[in-house]
Design a binder for this molecule. Sequence first.
Ligand SMILES: NC(=O)c1ccc[n+]([C@@H]2O[C@H](COP(=O)([O-])OP(=O)(O)OC[C@H]3O[C@@H](n4cnc5c(N)ncnc54)[C@H](OP(=O)(O)O)[C@@H]3O)[C@@H](O)[C@H]2O)c1
Length: 274
Amino acid sequence: MKILIIGAKGTLGQALVQEFSNHEVLAWDREEIDITDLEATSQKLKAEKPDIIINAAAMTDVDACETNIAAAQKLNGDAPKHLAQLANELDATLVQYSTSYIFDGSSKDGYAEGATPHPISVYGQTKLSGEHSAMLARKHYILRLDRLFGRSGGGKKSFVDKMLEATATKKKLSMIDDEEGNPTYAPDIAARTRYILENKLPYGIYHTTNEGSCSWYEWAKEIFKIRGIAVELERAHVADFPRKAKRPQYAHLINTKLPPMRSWQAALKEYLAS
Ligand SMILES: NC(=O)c1ccc[n+]([C@@H]2O[C@H](COP(=O)([O-])OP(=O)(O)OC[C@H]3O[C@@H](n4cnc5c(N)ncnc54)[C@H](OP(=O)(O)O)[C@@H]3O)[C@@H](O)[C@H]2O)c1
């Protein structure tokens, strides 16, 4: 079984490479492949003939997407279509990751797999387009996640690392308390990906986040509690921090298809101990 991991140096990509280390893995990032270069991508994939194509590459800077619409669409929306076509030609399985940001976040009750998407940002729109693209693969899995954390690559830091870094110089922090989501630990998503593939679950959409939700304020509070860091933490509102892109206020993904994952607090504890 040959597994191609694209975006292998990203937060999720690194965890995937680790998770599948006992398989034949091709771990490709930008240096090895630019998936928006269709010709080069076709040539490389047809030469390697992977059985499984896992696409963890994306433009994930939500604010940057607002001003780079064409580039965001090309990578998040169009490249998965080409991967889907190649997957069909090679009779391979395509795994594509998506996001809670395909929803508008107006429902406090959350969103199950079949809920109607309504993105409110360019990132969300392009990721939804990526879902439609991935669905063109006969064998496809779309895993939606939210607020990823874990060991990051390329200088990009997750919320957890940013919080720890901030406390090196600040003893008082203001965090948004009126926007909620599901923190998701990259190694847990990698393990979930493996579970879905190994158990040959039906193709389709899966919601894969750690159990439980919280605001940014609550998440920061838990980080400092686990690490025993004394910081004065203040509740703030979305309106206090103007950002280019709109975010869903309640980005809860409801998982109705898979056994629940461990809580985000348990995953966070493991990450902070590592
Ligand atoms: N991060 C989150 O909070 C979050 C939340 C929900 C869903 N997701 C989804 O989860 C998946 C993984 O996200 P992540 O945070 O792990 O991403 P990430 O850390 O930004 O990693 C993406 C990787 O893909 C590479 N890449 C970028 N453009 C490429 C291209 N054209 N061809 C090949 N590789 C390219 C990046 O290289 P460079 O660093 O050089 O650009 C980077 O190494 C994505 O589908 C994302 O939309 C993420």
